[in-house]
Design a protein around this ligand. Structure first.
Ligand SMILES: [Zn+2]
Ligand SMILES: [Zn+2]
Length: 650
C-alpha cells in the first residue's frame, strides 16, 4: 500500500514540477520472495547494472532541463478561510489562484496538487461520491475551465476561450461534496497545497514557491510509549521520555501527566511526569547495577519501557541516520523532524537525509532548502546530549541509493543527477578529505538495489544499512526481508564475496517520526553506536571501526565479543590459537525467541526458548579459519530483530 510503503512508490508525473518526461512509476508491492525472485545478477557492466532505471534518470534530467517561460509559475495563491486540518479527519478547503502580471495563456493551465505524502485525496472533478471532489470556478467572463485529475494528487485546469488576464482568479473548492476531502495521516506544520502554472501553454509548468500552507494537527491520543536510556553506570543519571501519540504516531496535543509504577530498588526519581504537547521526561538517579524496565500510565493508556542495563559496560547511542522531511518527499518541517527525534523518540544521534533530486522541490536545484537544513542541524546540535548530522540522499536510479553524512557543519550536495557525480566512485572522489560517510540502503531490492559491482569505498563506506522501513537487506531468511528482493544482492552475499561491512539500521522515515518509524510500518530501523563519546567525532570513529549494530526498531541491547574483541573487529587468527570464545548478552524489550549465528554464510540457531527477555551465554568456537566472518541475529517474538556487526577473522 502506498501510504504504508515508501516514497519511491510515488508518481513521477505528479512529482515533476514540469511534468516533462512524465510517466508513472509504481513500487512493486511486498510479495512472496519465492514468487518474485529473479535470477542472480550477473557481474556484468558495472556502469549499467541489470536493475538500473536509466529511463527514470532521463526523465528527471529532462524535467530539470526543460525550459520554463517567464509566465510559468506566475501569480499567487492562498487558502480562503480556515487553513487548518486534523490528521485523518475529512474536511473542505478553498484555494484561490490569482494570475500574475503575465497572466496565463489560452491553452495554458493551472494545477492544484495536494501533497503526495501521505494520504491526501486527489482533487478531482469526476465523482461527487468520492473524496476530494473539487469545484473549479471563476467570475472572469468568457473563460472556459477544463478541469481533470491527470494523476494522483494532481488536478489540471486548462484555460480556454481566452487568456486568464492579470489579477483574474480561479477558485478551487476542494472537498466540495458531502464526502469532503481526506487529509494527511500525519500531523504536519506548513504542509502545502501546491499550485503550479503552465503560463504559456507549452506543457511545462512551474510550482509557486509560496504555495498555500496548511497546518495538519495531530489526532486524539491513542497510545503511550516510555523510552528509557538503554545503558548507564551506577551513579549516572538515566533519561526517561514519555510520549502520548495519536493513531499515526504523531505526538498528540495533550497536556496531562504520566504516573509511573513504584520505581524498582536501584532507581530513584519522580513517579509523575508532566506532559506538554503530549511529551515529557524525567531524569532518574541510578544507584545500583541491574536491568530495569518501568511501567506507567496516562488515563486509559499503559506502557512498559525498554530495558535499562546498568553495569560497567561502555554506553551505546541510539541513532537514526536516514530520514526525510517535507523538503523532499517526507513529512514535517526540518525543525519538527529534529524536535521529534530528540523529544519524542529520545534519540541520541539523528540525521535528516532529504533526497538530492526527488520530491516536489529539489535540494540540488534550490540552495535555500539545503541552507534551511544546515541551519536546523546547527541549531539542534548539542555535543554531549544530542548529536545532529548534516546529510542528504544521493538518489541514483542506476547504482542504488546512498545517503551521505557529514560529521562537521559544512558539506555540499553532490547530486546523483549531475553528470560529474552520478557514479559512486565520483561521489567518493568528491568527498575526498572530508569527514563524511556514505551508506548504501535497501540494497537487496526495494525501489532500487545497490550496484555491488562497484565495491564500497573502504574509507567512506565502512558500514551498510541492513534494515529500514523497506525491510531487511541482510538476507532472504531475515525477519521482514525486503520486498522485490534480488537474490545474490543481499548483504550476506556481499560478505561471502569477501567485503567487510559493519551493520546499522535506520528508519528511512517519511512520516516525520525519526527513531519510531517501526510504529507505522512493519519494519523500521535503528543504529546502536558503540561510542564512549557523545560527539560527532565519537560517532564517526565508532562507525569507521564498525562498532555498531542494527535493529528494526526495538531498543534491544546486544552485546557480543569474540576473543575479547568488540563486534565489527578484524580479529587476527593468531589471537584464536587457544580457541575463540564468543560471549553474547541480550536485553530486549520483548520476549527473545532465538539468537542465531551467521558464520561465513551459514545460519545456525545458538539459543532458542520462550519466556525470556534477557539472555546471556558463551560459546567456544575452536575451528575458525582466516577469511571467515560471523555475526549474530536476535529475533524477538513478533519479529523485532537485531543484527550485530560481523567479526572478521584475518
Ligand atoms: Zn532510498
Ligand atoms: Zn531515503
Amino acid at each position: 500500500m502506498l501510504h504504508r510503503r515508501i516514497a519511491v512508490a510515488l508518481l513521477l508525473c505528479a512529482l515533476l514540477p514540469a511534468g516533462a518526461g512524465c510517466r508513472r512509476i509504481e513500487e512493486a508491492p511486498p510479495a512472496d520472495p519465492a514468487e518474485t525472485a529473479s535470477p542472480e545478477p550477473e557481474p556484468g557492466d558495472p556502469d549499467m547494472p541489470p536493475h538500473a532505471r536509466p529511463d527514470l534518470t532521463e526523465a528527471l534530467r529532462a524535467d530539470r532541463d526543460a525550459p520554463r517561460s517567464p509566465a510559468d509559475g506566475g501569480g499567487r495563491a492562498w487558502i480562503e478561510g480556515d487553513a487548518n486540518a486534523t490528521a485523518q479527519t475529512p474536511g473542505r478547503w478553498t484555494v484561490i489562484y490569482e494570475a500574475g502580471p503575465l497572466g496565463v495563456a489560452e491553452g495554458g493551465a493551472v494545477y492544484l496538487m495536494t501533497s503526495p505524502f501521505w494520504g491526501w485525496s486527489t482533487p478531482q472533478t469526476f465523482d461527487r461520491d468520492l473524496h476530494g471532489y473539487t469545484e473549479v470556478t471563476t467570475s472572469a467572463a468568457g473563460l472556459t475551465l477544463e478541469a481533470a485529475a491527470v494523476d494522483a494528487q494532481l488536478l489540471q485546469v486548462r484555460i480556454g476561450g481566452r487568456a486568464l488576464a492579470p489579477g483574474e482568479r480561479i477558485r478551487f473548492l476542494f472537498g466540495a461534496s458531502e464526502t469532503l476531502a481526506g487529509p494527511d495521516r500525519f500531523a504536519e506544520r506548513d504542509e502545502r497545497f501546491w499550485v503550479a502554472v503552465d503560463g504559456d501553454g507549452d506543457g511545462v509548468r512551474r510550482i509557486l514557491d509560496d504555495s498555500p500552507r496548511i497546518d495538519v494537527a495531530p489526532g486524539a491520543p491513542a497510545r503511550l510509549i516510555l523510552t528509557l536510556q538503554s545503558t548507564a553506570r551506577p551513579g549516572e543519571p538515566a533519561r526517561l521520555v514519555a510520549a502520548l501519540l495519536d493513531a499515526s504516531s504523531s505526538a498528540a496535543h495533550f497536556d496531562g501527566d504520566v504516573t509511573l509504577d513504584a520505581l524498582p530498588e536501584g532507581l530513584t526519581g519522580p513517579t509523575r511526569i508532566a506532559l506538554r504537547g503530549g511529551v515529557g521526561e524525567a531524569s532518574l538517579a541510578v544507584k545500583a547495577r541491574g536491568v530495569y524496565r518501568l511501567a506507567g500510565r496516562s488515563g486509559a493508556f499503559e506502557a512498559v519501557s525498554n530495558p535499562l542495563v546498568v553495569d560497567g559496560a561502555a554506553p551505546l547511542l541510539w541513532a537514526d541516520l536516514h530520514g526525510h522531511s517535507q523538503l523532499s518527499d517526507g513529512t514535517a518541517t526540518p525543525e519538527d523532524y529534529f524536535r521529534y527525534a530528540r523529544d519524542v523518540a529520545a534519540l541520541d544521534v539523528v540525521a535528516l537525509t532529504d533526497h538530492d533530486h526527488w520530491g516536489v522541490r529539489f535540494l540540488d536545484q534550490r540552495p535555500e532548502l539545503w541552507e534551511a537544513i544546515r541551519s536546523q542541524v546547527r541549531g539542534f546540535h548539542a555535543p554531549g546530549r544530542f548529536i545532529t548530522l548534516l546529510g542528504y540522499e544521493w538518489t541514483s536510479w542506476i547504482h542504488g541509493h546512498r545517503h551521505v553524512l557529514y560529521f562537521g557543519d559544512e558539506g555540499s550536495i553532490y547530486s546523483s543527477l549531475d553528470e560529474a557525480t552520478d557514479d559512486p566512485r565520483e561521489l567518493w572522489a568528491a568527498l575526498s578529505g572530508q569527514p563524511a560517510l556514505t551508506f548504501a540502503h535497501h540494497s537487496a531490492g526495494g525501489p532500487i538495489p545497490t550496484n555491488w559491482a562497484i565495491p564500497p569505498d573502504p574509507v567512506f563506506e565502512p558500514v551498510t544499512e541492513v534494515v529500514s522501513v523497506h525491510g531487511s537487506s541482510e538476507a532472504l531468511d531475515a525477519p521482514g526481508s525486503i520486498y522485490s528482493p534480488i537474490p545474490g544482492n543481499f548483504v550476506r552475499d556481499i560478505l561471502n564475496r569477501g567485503m567487510r561491512l559493519g551493520f546499522v539500521g535506520s528508519g528511512d522515515s517519511h512520516d516525520g517520526h525519526p527513531g519510531l518509524a517501526h510504529l507505522e510500518s512493519p519494519s523500521g530501523g535503528l543504529a546502536a553506536i558503540l561510542s564512549p563519546e557523545r560527539t560527532r567525532d565519537g560517532v564517526l570513529t565508532a562507525l569507521r571501526a564498525r562498532h555498531s549494530y542494527a535493529t528494526n526498531g526495538p531498543r534491544i541491547v546486544l552485546r557480543a565479543r569474540l576473543a575479547g574483541h568488540p563486534m565489527g573487529s578484524v580479529v587476527p587468527h593468531s589471537a584464536l590459537r587457544d580457541g575463540a570464545l564468543l560471549q553474547v548478552a541480550v536485553f530486549a524489550p520483548g520476549e527473545v525467541r532465538r539468537v542465531e549465528l551467521v558464520r561465513s554464510g551459514a545460519l545456525s540457531v545458538l539459543w532458542e526458548q520462550e519466556g525470556q527477555r534477557d539472555v546471556s551465554f558463551e560459546l567456544a568456537l575452536d575451528d575458525l579459519a582466516p577469511g571467515e566472518y560471523l555475526y549474530l541475529r536476535v529475533v524477538q517474538l513478533g519479529g523485532g530483530a537485531a543484527w550485530s556487526s560481523p567479526f572478521f577473522v584475518e
